[in-house]
Write a protein that binds this ligand. Structure first.
Ligand code: FS2
Ligand code: SF4
Length: 549
């Protein structure tokens, strides 16, 4: 197998025997085969769009199934068999429609005519496709690097498009671009410059996807407001909801209303508490349990109720809690309960409720502990006059956006130590699961402005970008002239897409860690450094000093 799509890739060079995430070579192979099938759908979908044929089913399918190939989403080989069958069926159906309308014969690409041998091992066929992709791409290491950057960024983009679509927000530019970029991955003759431009285009389209997702969230649930969230459990039956999917969280809240069950968020769903509509409509959306994804085997084992994983990051579950674990949508694991969605309707969470009622729940109230979330773009920009005044008076010297993913590697302590060392006249904005290293740290306030503000999930990177752009506008300076430094931690492919968006926006001096992506070649990194001054993190002391200088 070959996979280097995430930060924990083996030895920083690629997983070859077994995934550090727990993904086996068989699953990796069928994921690669699925991606090849999606590269085969792409030209057919583009031709269909040109002819005015409805491609919506294929568009959404491509995003959902690509989402399933992201790190820590789906480990179930059989689920990928299903996706591959569906990909070929959808492609052939669309192709028939295209050929009926087209006034001339069409010569399809090899990928667009590929038929798996259903009588033979799909794993072996996936391995072959993967070997061919590497052989065709890797003569020029820098082009291979950029191809992988585009591929991984596309996966992140697909996940955002999928979430936005669930909330009724779609734009055909996203789907068309996704197919164009997938088709480009089969193109042998693109230059280095073409690939750099395509990577930036992924960033541009990802900005649009994140904007749509933001609109989906805020239209449905209102603009987040600063909200206190209990971290202590309270007595009673309980369901824990993990992942990022606020729509599915709401469905669980609807179906558990009046059951007496308390619903807790886990991981990246903490910011859901900031949405006023959810808090008002569902008083049993009680509190938050546990910390970042890599601690889930301990957190889930202790949780005395049912657990639903709506998206990444799922770790291979331990046997002592797997019977109370449920997955849905693109998420999956062999022999773990999967909640089928009923032809795009919300799943029936009856089995989850039944499981929660059969488990002991929390016996008693724990001593109070709390944290604050909900500092999204509206909440922050509404007090921008106070922020500007504090900066002008020298009360706020600098802003740090310390955001991104968490993970198990010890070098991620950099981010904890960095925040510990931020001087008292500076403000930290944070987002995504990396914040769990310091989210409950008491950092006080400068005037009325909290020194630590949680903007939201990694899915809310759009909100953080709008805060930066809004402050730049209020100060009447460019975003790169703001007293703001971005200290980012990456792990999976959404972070790749967000990084490409920041570069597309021309944001400079980003510090990235804990290690640089294995798929970025030294030359490609040099190109990005020269243009954007993208840098690897060093030490908290040195980076803080450089940012404040
Ligand atoms: Fe964290 Fe994991 Fe949010 Fe990433 S929960 S690393 O996939 O999406 O960030
Ligand atoms: Fe390795 Fe990451 Fe790929 Fe898993 S997703 S196989 S850890 S590179």
């Amino acid at each position: 197998m070959f996979c280097e799509q995430c930060e924990q890739t083996a030895s920083g060079q690629g997983c070859h025997q077994w995934g550090a995430c727990g993904k086996g070579p068989d699953v990796n192979a069928v994921q690669d085969l699925l991606m090849y099938c999606l590269r085969g759908i792409a030209p057919v979908a583009l031709k269909a769009k040109e002819l005015g044929i409805d491609t919506h089913a294929v568009d959404v399918f491509s995003c959902e199934s690509m989402f399933a190939t992201m790190t820590n989403v789906n480990f179930n080989r059989k689920r990928f068999y299903h996706y591959i069958r569906e990909a070929i069926a959808q492609r052939e159906k669309l192709k028939t429609q295209v050929e009926q309308i087209s006034d001339r014969p069409i010569s399809w690409s090899v990928a667009a005519t590929y038929q798996p041998d259903w009588t033979d091992s799909l794993v072996a066929q996936g391995e072959e496709v993967s070997r061919n992709f590497i052989a065709d791409s890797s003569q020029d290491i820098d082009i291979f690097s950029l191809k992988l950057t585009v591929l991984y960024g596309l996966k992140g983009l697909a996940s955002y498009s999928f979430h936005a679509q669930e909330l009724g927000q779609e734009d055909d530019r996203l789907y068309s671009f996704t197919h164009q970029a997938l088709a480009a991955l089969e193109e042998p003759n693109l230059s280095l410059e073409d690939w750099v431009n395509l990577a930036m285009k992924v960033g541009e389209m990802n900005l649009l996807a994140m904007e749509l997702l933001d609109a989906g969230h805020t239209n449905h649930y209102g603009h987040p407001i600063p909200t206190v969230v209990p971290l202590n459990a309270k007595a009673g039956k309980a369901i824990l909801v993990s992942g990022h999917d606020i729509k599915q969280l709401e469905a669980i809240l609807q179906q558990t209303a009046n059951t007496g069950i308390n619903v807790y968020t886990h991981g990246e769903l903490l910011p859901a508490h900031g949405y006023p509509v959810l808090k008002q409509k569902y008083p049993h959306l009680y509190g938050h349990y546990g910390t970042a994804w890599q601690n889930q085997t301990k957190d889930f084992a202790k949780f005395p109720g049912a657990i639903v994983i709506t998206t990444n990051c799922l770790m291979p579950p331990h046997e002592h809690y797997e019977d109370k674990l449920f997955t849905l949508g693109p998420v999956g694991y062999p022999d773990i309960n999967y909640l089928e969605d009923r032809a795009n309707l919300t799943p029936d969470f009856g089995a989850v409720i039944h499981k929660a009622l059969s488990l002991p729940g929390f016996a008693e109230d724990e001593p109070p502990r709390q944290v604050k979330t909900g500092f999204a773009r509206n909440a922050v920009l509404n007090v921008s006059d106070q922020v500007i005044e504090a900066v002008k008076q020298g009360k706020i010297r600098h802003f740090f956006l310390v955001g991104g993913c968490d993970g198990a590697k010890p070098d991620r302590n950099y981010y904890t130590e960095f925040v510990d060392q931020v001087p008292s006249d500076c403000v930290v904005l944070t987002l995504a699961c990396g914040k769990f290293r310091f989210f409950d740290k008491e950092m006080g306030e400068i005037g009325n402005i909290p020194r630590l503000m949680d903007v939201g999930q990694c899915n809310d990177a759009y909100s953080a970008i709008q805060i930066a752009l809004g402050l730049a506008q209020a100060f009447d300076i460019g975003v790169n002239e703001l007293p703001l430094s971005m200290i980012l931690s990456w792990y999976e492919q959404k972070a790749v897409a967000v990084l490409l968006t920041l570069l597309y926006l021309g944001i400079k001096d980003i510090r990235l860690g804990p290690t640089l992506p294995a798929f970025i070649s030294p030359n490609v990194f040099a190109i990005l450094s020269a243009k954007y001054n993208l840098q690897a993190i060093t030490t908290p002391e040195a980076d803080l000093a450089a940012c404040l200088n």
